[in-house]
Design a protein around this ligand. Structure first.
Ligand SMILES: *Cc1c(COP(=O)(O)O)cnc(C)c1O
Length: 335
């Protein structure tokens, strides 16, 4: 078995999760007939404190549908230059949403400096796109946005009549790491997108939560985007299983990331940033990247080695795996 630290998306369904899939009661969800999906959506609305929820095949589609609900053609979203929606969703907001992005450089803690957000909000004027939405990400690069920042940023948005969206792909990591309620983390935002296919260990799926009328519009966009699916209770069952069994254990991933960071800090050639929840960022001398990647692969370890490498812990990485990874990397840099 390879130890795979490339991402927390690489988790495979556990035997218990597969059993839940096998046992799932299903129906045609496009006809609104899938009882397991109904249970998941009711539970997610409850957990997040929002009126309604909708399941998507990916976080990319969930974020896109949310932006399309908040913004009309020619409107503008303010977001971070490091935001997944800006750099890793194929520009769908522009291509499919006809929505203009104003990207602000993220500060090192992941926040968008408020004075820059304020300066990015355009006056109502024939020259300007209509600024309509502020989109934040929590966690971002594994970092939790400070609570006081989220309060201030969303208050600023509301003051200017902007809607607010949170890409909370790893929001449960933030909730567990900060020991805060998911409901409290969602409260400042109108809509929140939460992935089940990351650290929660489900194979597929993201849930968007928000006000009922908005989620009804998102339902229409989802159909248009090709995200309507049929006997989707098989997937909803994995998400319900994750809610029951894979939330508290995220603390293990965070502890494993901390152990990894501690081990790697002892290697003088490396510069370690973090841990941030389940992610450790490491600067590696560029000329050594190739040799390190080869060596790790030979040792049964997968990592996307580059000058700034992201190591991600998850359900399929144990403490013993972390020790093996630390020794392998230490060996590679031994004199
Ligand atoms: C993974 C991720 C998404 C969604 O990715 P998909 O692969 O489309 O499910 C969105 N935002 C962030 C921050 C992510 O990490």
């Amino acid at each position: 078995m390879m130890i795979d630290l490339r991402s927390d998306t690489v988790t495979r369904p556990t035997p218990g999760m597969r059993a839940a899939m096998m046992a799932a009661e299903v129906g045609d969800d496009i006809w609104g007939d899938d009882p397991t999906m109904h249970r998941l959506l009711a539970r997610m609305a409850d957990i997040t404190g929002k009126e309604a929820a909708l399941f998507f095949p990916s976080g990319t589609q969930s974020n896109l549908a949310a932006v399309m609900c908040h913004c009309e053609r020619g409107d503008e979203v303010i977001l971070g230059q490091s935001a997944h929606t800006y750099i890793a969703e194929a520009g769908g907001v522009a291509v499919l949403g006809s929505v203009h992005s104003h990207a602000i450089e993220n500060a090192s803690d992941g926040t968008l400096p408020l004075e820059k957000v304020a300066a990015a909000i355009k006056p109502i004027d024939i020259h300007s796109p209509r600024t309509r939405l502020l989109a934040l990400e929590n966690t971002i690069g594994g970092k939790m946005l400070p609570e006081s920042y989220v309060e201030a940023a969303t208050a600023l948005a509301r003051q200017h009549g902007l809607a607010t969206h949170l890409d909370g792909a790893r929001l449960f990591n933030a909730a567990v790491a900060s020991q805060r309620n998911v409901k409290d983390l969602c409260a400042p935002f109108e809509t929140v997108s939460i992935c089940f296919s990351k650290g929660l260990g489900a194979p597929i799926g993201t849930v968007l939560v928000g006000p009922k009328p908005l989620i009804a519009r998102a339902h229409h966009w989802r159909k248009m985007l090709g995200g309507g699916m049929r006997q989707v209770g098989i997937l909803a069952a994995t998400c319900l299983y994750a809610l029951d069994h894979h939330i508290e254990r995220l603390a293990d991933d965070h502890a494993n990331a901390a152990a990894l960071a501690e081990g790697l800090r002892r290697i003088p050639a490396l510069k370690v940033d973090g841990p941030h929840t389940n992610i450790v960022m490491v600067d590696i001398p560029p000329e050594q990247c190739r040799a390190l990647a080869d060596r790790l692969r030979a040792a049964g370890i997968l990592a996307a080695i580059r000058p700034r490498t992201r190591f991600v812990t998850h359900l399929d990485v144990t403490r013993a795996d972390v020790d093996r990874v630390t020794s392998a990397i230490a060996g590679a840099f031994a004199p």
